[in-house]
Design a protein around this ligand. Structure first.
Ligand code: ASP
Length: 452
């Protein structure tokens, strides 16, 4: 039987109606037999996510302060969602008492304590949801990451799955044959048996790990948007929805501007070429966006236009730079030694620019960089520029089409946008333009009109 892993995010589990909607979605396709849930997110009347309430309770507990306010808010939240669905209050209180145990456990290692508390949102939600499914007539089983062997590294707050995890989790396949597996997102268990969470939004990663482990036919990720759009709606009015794109295109789009899926969630499914489908739980009729390994025939050459601002550049001029061995390595190691990561490094014969995310820099850092470059590389000139936006035209089809670069550059020039930098990676899947941040909207709109 084909198995689908369906992960529902915080907004899709935020109210009783949303939980009922999940059951409707499950009934539409019997292959949805592995359900991963986040903790309840924001909803009308509830403007704080359960995970954030847990973080608050944890911080108070660590300072030996009274944490009853966030604790009661969390309990009331779960009761408000599940009591109207017919779950007896006693039963709910029984499950929710686990929160008190967690908050009263050892605080000797604060990071360990934090993860144990913060993971409770997903864990409790799944325990209750599995009970609800059984009441609703769907044979379901809550499975904990501990029981299933989702072994992760002991990096609290930013754990990574180990290779052992996928092997252990493969056993879930046989459970899926006669039960719907309900599995909490966002955390795993260390070799020592401690709870360790992934970074924020990490339930996406749990879904991906499970999809890989059980050889799922598809990994569905349900949120409250229809899918990925071909440009950011804050930049372009009603941009078209992308029906299909490749993992690589998605990565390029999410690098600047597109916040689609937890970054690490693509790797496990990519390894086995399992398609990811982003869906809107409020709009089941929309097929969403499908993310696959190979381009589907008939798709556009360009998948989308991404953009982001807040970059700066250091540009060096040095006569005969091209003849100096190790020049670029020495330049980049200056940034590395200062703990700075760079985005792009376009070069000419006698000049080179390093483009960075401006947020990393303090004024004194800039002075140190300029001084060190001067001392170590002795350039003829060095300039810094702030307020740069990067605009990227993304598409697997760029490889097979001649003239996209000139087409895009022509469009930008017609729109009166000055191009400061062009970067086309050797994979030819994106062309990135560096422009003045004040031109970002104009540039994205011009490119969008041209390619869509
Ligand atoms: N609940 C966690 C968060 O808010 C994890 C998740 O929803 O994926 O980040």
């Amino acid at each position: 039987m084909d198995l689908i892993v369906s992960k529902f995010g915080g907004s899709s589990v935020a109210t009783s109606e949303k939980i009922e909607q999940i059951v409707k979605i499950m009934r539409l396709n019997d292959s949805r037999r592995c359900i991963v849930l986040s903790a309840p997110g924001k909803a009308p009347g509830f403007n704080v996510k359960v995970t954030d309430l847990l973080i608050d309770a944890c911080a108070r507990a660590l300072k030996n302060q009274d944490f009853s306010a966030p604790l009661n808010d969390i309990k009331n939240r779960f009761i408000s969602i599940y009591e109207p669905l017919g779950l007896p209050k006693d039963q709910l209180n029984g499950i929710l008492s686990n929160l008190d145990q967690r908050l009263n456990s050892s605080k000797e290692n604060s990071a360990k304590f934090r993860d144990l508390v913060v993971a409770a949102g997903e864990d409790i939600n799944c325990r209750i949801f599995a009970d609800y499914l059984n009441i609703a007539g769907i044979k379901a089983q809550y499975i904990s990451p501990k029981e299933a062997g989702l072994i992760v590294t002991a990096v609290f707050g930013d754990a990574q799955p180990t290779s052992q995890a996928a092997m252990n989790l493969a056993a879930l396949k046989s459970i899926c044959a006669d039960h719907v597996v309900v599995f909490p997102g966002f955390f795993g268990i260390t070799e020592e048996g401690d709870v360790a969470t992934f970074s924020r939004g990490g339930s996406d990663l749990t879904g991906a790990i499970l999809a890989e482990a059980i050889d799922a036919a598809e990994y569905e990720n349900w949120t409250d948007v229809d899918g990925i759009r071909s440009a950011h709606p804050l930049m372009v009015e009603s941009p078209a929805q992308i029906t299909a794109l490749t993992y690589r295109e998605m990565r390029e789009l999410s690098y600047i501007g597109f916040n689609v899926l937890h970054e690490e969630a693509v790797k496990p499914v990519m390894r086995k070429k399992i398609p990811i489908r982003l869906r809107n739980s409020n709009n089941v009729d929309n097929g969403g966006t499908l993310i696959v390994s190979e381009r589907l025939p008939g798709e556009r050459d360009v998948a989308g236009i991404a953009s982001g601002s807040g970059y700066c550049s250091f540009t060096l001029q040095k006569f005969l730079m091209n003849r100096e061995k190790g020049f670029v390595r020495r330049l980049l190691s200056i940034f590395e030694d200062m703990g700075l990561s760079f985005e792009h490094c376009p070069s000419g014969v006698d000049n080179i620019s390093v483009i960075l995310d401006q947020e990393q820099l303090k004024p004194e850092t800039v002075n140190t960089i300029i001084r060190t470059i001067g001392e170590e590389l002795n350039p003829d000139d060095i300039k810094t520029e702030y307020g740069i936006a990067l605009v990227s035209v993304v598409g697997e089809g760029l490889v097979r089409r001649i003239g996209v670069l000139s087409q895009a550059a022509g469009v930008l020039s017609k729109a009166g946008v000055n191009i400061k930098m062009i970067n086309q990676g050797s994979s030819e899947i994106s062309i990135i333009f560096g422009i003045d941040a004040s031109d970002e909207r104009k540039a994205v709109n011009a490119l969008y009109q041209e390619f869509f």
